[in-house]
Design a protein. Structure first.
Length: 349
């Protein structure tokens, strides 16, 4: 039985990954290690919390002693590091928090794994660390071209710079210690359990509550959208068969402008839920500082080497996503109290 240490497993992508892994694999154990900040929610994992092969530990990846205890008590085979501060707006206001969690936390986790796995001049067999990163480390694209694994890092926000810094530390652990590891860099994810500070759940929630729909700048910033289950599949494949030391870009060739996303959600809710919801709710607001214009990933490497491809067309995935939030209004109400309300008022009102 392989044991996975999934950090940040109560968050959006982490919880989806845990669900995906338990559906696909029978003979695994998953330890979910999460600090439970505002975006971490154990409700995301209600259906697996009583699974005998699942264990939740509340902890910070910056906590050296606690991580050491986890590795000493459990025979960890794989580490998948989702734990990160990830919202660009927050990073602009609180860059120190992002450096601490995303850089220092990553190094602390790397050390804990390295110290437990090292064996003589090498490492125990069957071990691997995977750093979940972002295409934002590459900066911004013009109208043409795509990010590849050879694109130079050119991060612009405190968030993306902290992730780029973490990636470089992960790379250093391979170059220096030959630690078995991979880095994955994904495009924008969407799907179930995403905290509603992000564009898609924010717009869905605001439509349902007939709040204004804030759009940065002219709304023509472009992102490459990836359905979260396709991302989870890619991570699993990299863990199993990715070449040690390699970076793999994960993208769906689903480029859409922000305003297209917003209008798609409005149209569905107008036609299927509430006909009074329309584009009059759109409100253009001052553009975000350092707002990258376009992201686009070339996933050819992971397709060629590992046989991964995105299975979910955006037109299908966005409907599945909207329906999930409509069917889980209690979840949305629970996570949109407190911190979210303060955030919304500070950012948009």
């Amino acid at each position: 039985m392989k044991t996975y240490l999934v950090t940040g497993g109560a968050g959006f992508i982490g919880s989806n990954f845990i669900h995906y892994m338990f559906k696909k694999h029978e003979n695994i154990k998953i330890i979910n290690y999460d600090k439970l900040t505002y975006a971490g929610n154990l409700e995301n994992l209600k259906s697996v919390e009583n699974n005998s092969n699942y264990l939740f530990i509340q902890g910070d990846i910056c906590d050296k002693d606690k991580l050491q205890q986890v590795f000493e008590k459990h025979d960890i085979d794989y580490v998948v590091n989702f734990a990160a501060e990830s919202h660009v707006d927050r990073s602009i206001r609180e860059p120190e928090t992002f450096v601490k969690t995303n850089v220092l936390g990553t190094v602390t986790l790397l050390n804990a794994a390295k110290n437990d796995w090292i064996l003589g001049d090498g490492f125990k067999s069957g071990k691997k660390y995977l750093q979940v990163s972002t295409d934002e480390v590459y900066g911004s694209l013009g109208k043409d071209g795509y990010f590849t694994e050879k694109t130079p890092l050119d991060s612009h926000s405190p968030y993306s710079s902290s992730k780029a810094s973490a990636d470089l530390m992960v790379k250093a652990y391979y170059d220096t210690y030959k630690m078995p590891l991979n880095i994955t860099r994904c495009s924008n994810n969407y799907g179930a359990y995403q905290f509603p500070e992000k564009l898609i759940p924010l717009i869905i929630n605001n439509c349902l509550n007939k709040r204004e729909l804030p759009i940065y700048g002219d709304g023509l910033n472009i992102r490459d959208w990836l359905y979260v289950e396709d991302h989870c599949k890619a991570i699993d494949m990299v863990m199993e068969n990715g070449k040690v030391g390699q970076v793999y870009n994960i993208g769906g060739h689903n480029e859409r402008t922000n305003i297209h996303i917003v209008k798609t959600i409005i149209s569905y809710i107008h036609d299927n839920v509430d006909s009074s919801v329309d584009e009059s709710l759109i409100r253009y607001v001052e553009d975000r500082k350092g707002h990258d214009r376009r992201y686009g990933i070339d996933p050819e490497k992971i397709k060629t080497e590992l046989g991964w491809y995105p299975e979910t067309r955006f037109e299908d995935g966005i409907i599945k996503t909207i329906k999930w939030y409509l069917d889980n209004k209690d979840w949305m109400e629970n996570v949109t109290s407190g911190d979210y309300q303060n955030y919304y008022k500070k950012m948009y009102l």
